[in-house]
Ligand binder design. Structure first.
Ligand code: NDP
Length: 316
């Protein structure tokens, strides 16, 4: 029997924390995988160059292109069925929106793309219209990109990946920490707001599974592994069980947290206001998925996702 050809995938931002996992997942799931090799990439960035070469060895096709060269983007996009953008959010915020709008223009002109997944992979921006300054800029920017995609009539899937496990679980949900400590922990408030933690490789797997699935067409796909919906206090308990020891606990009240934010620089303030919405307000878990949304673990029950306990075992 003739096998259906797998969709061809272009990953933009492939050398990033999430991007490299998307490339690997795409290759693993058998998609012809293309990677945008940006000409403006610093020629002395040996790690990036080596990473790109390793993608090639694993079977990906490197496509030269530049955000400064519209035609090169159009040509790259014309080679594939699906475009996934995973360029950074935190460090180049205003840049991200401009770059993504350039990509939207290229996809519109190319006219062949069956699905575009913009660089989202976090809290659903459509639910954050009351977010605090200055962090709201992230959500506003992502909504500008969504508007451009929809006005251009480009088929899309928005992936709401909740909390990247490495950033949140690694530090037991303490901002600014990415390693768990064995003696003490600072709880945000009572540490009782539920959040959702997702292994970054699982995010990549669910994302690639969604790209040619009619059920995710023009929808937001939330990744909400049911076992990983835990409060900070529950995450700490999992860790305590693993190390066989109770941690000394202190806590930061809402007011103290908001006061402390004011003394930080702009980029840190942006990041910490996101933490505030997640950890003090429980913004990831205070809603039901509506008709414009689908949930990844329900769509793909065969994916054996990593639990919080399994993820934390890495740090033992
Ligand atoms: P990274 O910071 O790792 O960067 C990803 C890529 O961005 C880079 O490899 C690079 O692509 C591209 N990039 C950086 N600067 C430029 C530039 N000036 N011009 C063009 N491209 C540039 O990104 P992450 O993997 O951390 O983030 C990906 C997405 O995930 C973002 O949307 C972010 O908001 C989200 N995120 C969500 C988190 C969560 O907890 N939910 C946590 C962290 C991120 P290349 O060099 O390959 O061309």
């Amino acid at each position: 029997m003739k096998q259906k050809m797998k969709s061809k995938v272009l990953v933009v931002g492939a050398t990033g924390y999430l991007g490299k996992r998307l490339v690997k997942a795409s290759l693993k799931l058998g998609h012809p995988t293309f990677v945008l090799f940006r000409r403006e990439l610093c020629p002395l960035d040996i790690e990036k160059v080596q990473l790109l070469l390793s993608f090639k060895e694993e079977g990906a096709c490197l496509v030269k292109g530049s955000f400064e060269d519209h035609k090169s983007l159009v040509d790259a996009v014309k080679m594939v069925d699906i475009v996934i953008c995973a360029i950074s959010g935190v460090h180049i915020r205003s840049h991200q929106i401009l770059l993504q709008l350039k990509l939207v223009e290229a996809i519109k002109e190319a006219g062949n793309v069956k699905r575009f997944l913009p660089s989202e992979f976090g809290t659903d921006p459509a639910r954050m219209e009351n977010a605090m300054e200055p962090g709201r800029v992230t959500f506003e920017d992502k909504m500008v990109v969504r508007k451009a995609i929809q006005e251009a009539g480009i088929p899309y899937t928005y992936v709401s990946a909740n909390c990247f496990a490495g950033y949140f679980l690694g530090g037991l949900c303490q901002p600014g920490k990415i390693l768990p400590w064995n003696d003490s922990v600072v709880l945000l408030g009572d540490g009782d707001r539920k959040a959702i933690y997702v292994d970054e490789d699982d995010i990549a797997t669910y994302t690639i599974r969604s790209i040619d699935d009619p059920r995710t067409l023009n929808k937001t796909m939330y990744i909400t592994p049911p076992k990983n919906v835990l409060s900070q206090g529950e995450v700490v308990q999992v860790w305590e069980k693993l190390i066989g020891k109770e941690l000394i606990k202190s806590s930061v009240s809402r007011g103290e947290f908001l006061d402390a934010i004011k003394r930080l620089d702009y980029a840190e303030q942006v990041g910490l206001t996101h933490y505030y919405h997640v950890c003090y307000e429980g913004c990831l878990t205070d809603f039901e998925i509506g008709e414009n949304g689908v949930e990844a673990t329900q769509l793909y029950p065969d994916v054996n996702y990593t639990s919080v306990e399994q993820y934390l075992r890495r740090y033992l």
